[in-house]
Design a protein around this ligand. Structure first.
Ligand SMILES: Nc1nc2c(c(=O)[nH]1)N[C@H]1C(S)=C(S)[C@@H](COP(=O)(O)OP(=O)(O)OC[C@H]3O[C@@H](n4cnc5c(N)ncnc54)[C@H](O)[C@@H]3O)O[C@H]1N2
Ligand code: MOO
Length: 415
């Protein structure tokens, strides 16, 4: 699968193109790690394993405010022998038959008790209680036994986990104020095109603001990379070459624009002159058809580097990022091989396919809590950033049909 072909002949269907990226991602094993304080680890990739430092819960825990009793006593009147709050433990003698201990949520179950009856489910008379009429209590009810969630030493978080708030909370429960995470991969972003101006400049009527560098930087940061924005590269071989030589020091190189058929689309030519191998130079998809994926050889101290030439049209740039760049970037950040985030949803309106092309169109996903529904967002083509901002996902229309009908279940690319 991993082979080198002359650029212009290497056009893939969508699925093989994705398989090609994932095949390369599977060989990526970053090594550099750093220790970070726990809250700085959000969205970073864990470079170690986290084990339970003690049983969780560390004691048989009441899950309700109520009374700790022996379940076999539940039919009788019980004398209240004392109270246990969360943060306390019962230092008196084990619960005697015919007695109950008032207990709060989160408090340890005293010896002799095996269940908790909720305070709302008892009738209290002075210092004694009785289960309310019709109430019964099973052994273990409203109690989580010691170690039921995890035993000391159990592996709770795997190396390669992308740390979400749920993982941060679990690491905190294990007493981990710091974690070892993989160093963020650096990603050079080079926008090409003579028509581009930076945000700080006032564009002339024929000029375009360099929005792709910002869109890509945001996508890179969201996907766990460290964006490095380079100056705009003009459509000139020597200047493009100089910027690519500087940018290849990053772990991954992203170029936008200059990959189509035009006379000034020089990106592939310059990459080839630098010894690049090309895995694909186009994908039968829309938008994003001219997308290029390859690798620059090692040069001096700089190891071989993957690169993507992303089409300059801003929605093509973003769609091809989600489909191809993000999986490789995740691998470079230590998270292993992850395909893009696809889900299934029901089409809420008819949608036109294009035989031979996988269409990945800006769309809006809603859910009526029974099933997710998706509808296309009207757009003016792959330069329409306003339509893209109105969308929250992309509808994936496979290449084998001219028409998709309301009610069809289709794939959706999340972003
Ligand atoms: N004869 C053909 N023409 C085109 C083809 C084709 O197959 N045959 N493919 C079309 C498709 S599809 C796309 S996508 C574009 C991609 O072209 P490039 O990657 O070479 O991009 P450019 O021509 O440089 O720019 C396209 C478009 O995007 C705007 N752009 C570029 N960079 C930025 C940026 N950094 N920020 C904002 N906007 C940007 C640029 O101004 C153009 O409007 O080619 C089609 N043509
Ligand atoms: O990627 Mo091009 O924008 O298909 O339109």
């Amino acid at each position: 699968m991993i082979e080198m072909n002359p650029p212009s002949t290497n056009i893939f269907d969508f699925d093989p193109a994705l398989a090609e990226v994932l095949a390369h991602a599977a060989h990526v094993h970053p090594e550099q790690t750093e220790s970070k304080s726990l809250l700085d680890c959000l969205s970073r990739t864990l470079a170690e394993t986290v084990r339970a430092d003690r049983d969780q819960p560390p004691f048989d825990r009441s899950t309700r405010d109520g009374f700790a009793i022996k379940s076999t006593d539940s039919a009788t009147e019980l004398a209240i022998a004392g109270q246990i709050r969360a943060g306390q433990h019962w230092s008196g003698s084990p619960l005697a038959p015919g007695t109950a201990l008032e207990i709060m949520t989160g408090a340890p179950i005293p010896k002799g008790a095996n269940a908790v009856v909720m305070v709302e489910h008892v009738e209290r008379t002075g210092d004694s209680i009785r289960l309310a009429r019709g109430r019964t209590l099973r052994p273990g009810e409203n109690v989580v036994p010691r170690g039921a969630e995890a035993c000391a030493g159990d592996l709770l978080l795997h190396r390669g986990t992308i740390l979400q708030p749920a993982h941060i909370a679990l690491a905190a429960a294990c007493g981990r104020a710091h974690l070892n995470v993989f160093r963020k991969p650096t990603v050079a972003i080079v926008a090409t095109g003579d028509e581009l101006v930076e945000l700080t400049e006032t564009p002339a009527s024929h000029q375009i603001r360099n929005s792709n560098s910002y869109g890509l930087a945001a996508l890179v940061a969201q996907a766990g990379g460290e964006p490095m924005r380079f100056p705009i590269a003009p459509d000139s071989r020597p200047e493009l070459e100089t910027i690519i030589r500087q940018a290849r020091t990053a772990d991954l190189l992203l170029l936008s624009g200059g990959v189509s058929m035009g006379e000034y689309d020089l990106v592939e030519e310059v990459l080839l002159s630098l010894g690049a191998e090309f895995f694909f130079t186009g994908v039968r998809m829309q938008p994003g058809k001219p997308v290029v994926f390859g690798r620059l050889p090692a040069s001096g101290d700089v190891p071989a580097r993957f690169f993507f030439g992303l089409p300059g049209n801003p929605i093509s740039t973003q769609v091809t990022f989600h489909c191809f760049v993000e999986p490789l970037l995740r691998a470079l950040s230590g998270a292993g091989t992850h395909p893009p985030h696809f889900v299934q949803a029901t089409l809420a309106e008819d949608a036109p396919g294009k035989p031979g092309l996988t269409r990945i169109l800006p769309a809006h996903l809603t859910s009526d809590r029974v099933r997710p529904c998706v509808e296309l967002v009207g757009w003016q083509g792959s330069g329409d950033l306003a339509a893209n901002a109105r969308a929250n996902c992309y509808a994936v229309l496979p290449p084998d049909r001219t028409q998709f009908a309301t009610g069809d279940v289709i794939t959706v690319l999340m972003r």
